[in-house]
Design a protein around this ligand. Structure first.
Ligand SMILES: NC(=O)NCCC[C@H](N)C(=O)O
Length: 397
């Protein structure tokens, strides 16, 4: 079977990537919704869309095919009209729509084109849009907005020629995984992609931001606020059986929103270069490192930089996000200074606001393309968070 997904590193030349163009969901936010819907402020949609279009233009100008989850889902519905009813019912059930509103909401969604319907599913629907005057309950939504669909890094992760289709940590984000699951199971381009995790495995949780594909044999996965060891062990079992991957390095991170995913504190930008936050850099003994192989799990006692040099076979250079100034490090980590997208070995796209980290990357010989971030960063995700690679060229060495 020809491969449909090919991601055997973090740095191989990027040829195809999945994103979501922000929609009304990022303005369907009020202060009291921010915490539950995992945003830190309400973006100005017009500018956020302009910034996202600039970001995707940089990728297109670098020969990268940019696919949109909303378009792939709509295309899959176009290809499978008989599956539409079940897909809509599954979405409505997982949106926890009140029984008295289900019929009206389903009619509202299904009278649209497939693309408009998917965009509306992500945007959320207010009671007033259905002409509902709910005197018993002042909550404004029939179905909540899904503002974090912007971060296509997390609902699933491309690993080798397959994917982990994730069960995520929060209720609000779990709903997002319905879209890629539908695409990978029914879209003619992706049908039959092997799964290394299933969204119905609800006794553990994993998010793509915690998964770093180091090379053809080794993954690095963070235990974070969003991913637990049980999920990693489940992935290991299925992955080792599939045979390509032989090792999973586990970094046990502090469980906090600031470090919500591994890729907020640790990313790979070249064969021998990683960006890391001082948390990783300085407190090496603060957190544990484990190594999972088909033979079992062992704790790693070496320093991370030495361990990485062994695993990569090169002398590894750790570049500090924000440099030596703890204020700049804190500021730039919070605004996704670590979370760059590598589009080729030694070539990244970074938020322009993280100028200290950008300067250090350039001094280390990394080519940095910058993209605007004033509104996009309010959801606490960077260029890596907003993208899931579908195809990277294999590394030469
Ligand atoms: N990989 C990532 O770091 N994704 C960022 C996700 C931000 C989103 N607001 C969340 O809290 O899940």
């Amino acid at each position: 079977m020809t491969a449909k997904i090919n991601v055997f590193s973090e740095i191989g030349k990027l040829k195809s990537v999945l994103v979501h163009r922000p929609g009304d969901e990022i303005e369907n936010l009020t202060p009291d919704l921010l915490e539950r819907l995992l945003f830190d402020d309400v973006p100005f949609k017009k500018v956020a869309v302009e910034e996202h279009d600039k970001f995707t233009k940089i990728m297109k100008d670098n020969g990268i095919e940019v696919l949109y989850i909303e378009e792939l889902t709509a295309q899959t519905l176009d290809q499978n009209p008989k599956l539409k009813d079940k897909f809509v019912e599954q979405f409505i059930e997982e949106a926890n729509v009140k029984p008295e509103f289900v019929k009206k909401y389903k009619e509202f969604l299904t009278k649209m084109s497939n693309l408009d319907m998917v965009i509306k599913m992500i945007a959320g629907t207010k009671k007033i849009e259905l002409g509902i005057k709910d005197t018993k309950d002042s909550y404004p939504f029939v179905a909540d907005p899904l503002p974090n669909v912007l971060f296509q890094r997390d609902p699933f992760a491309s690993v080798g020629n397959g994917v982990t289709l994730n069960h995520m940590w929060s209720v609000t984000r779990n709903r997002e995984t319905l879209f890629p699951d539908f695409v990978f199971k029914h879209n003619s381009r992706f049908e039959g992609v092997p799964y290394f995790y299933e969204r119905i495995w609800k006794d553990a949780h994993v998010e793509g931001g915690d998964i770093l594909v180091l090379n053809k044999e080794t993954l690095i996965i963070g235990v974070s606020q969003r991913t637990n060891m049980k999920a990693i062990e489940k992935i290991a079992e299925r992955l080792f059986k599939e045979g390509t991957y032989k090792k999973i390095v586990v970094l046990d991170l502090p469980k906090s929103r600031a470090y919500m995913h591994l890729d907020t504190v640790f990313t790979n930008v070249d064969y021998d270069k990683f960006i890391t936050h001082p948390l990783i850099f300085d407190n090496i003994d603060e957190f544990k490192i484990y190594e999972l192989t088909p033979k079992g799990k062992r704790e790693v006692k070496e320093k991370l930089v030495d361990f990485l040099s062994d695993v990569t076979g090169t002398k590894v250079q750790l570049i500090r996000c924000g440099g030596d100034d703890p204020i700049a490090a804190g500021r730039e980590q919070w605004n996704d200074g670590t979370n760059v997208l590598t589009i080729a070995p030694g070539k990244v796209i970074a938020y322009e606001r993280n100028w200290v980290t950008i300067d250090l990357l350039r001094k280390a010989g990394v080519e940095v393309l910058t993209t605007a971030s004033s509104e996009l960063s309010r959801g606490r995700g960077g260029p890596r968070c907003m993208t899931m690679p579908l195809w990277r060229e294999d590394l030469k060495k």
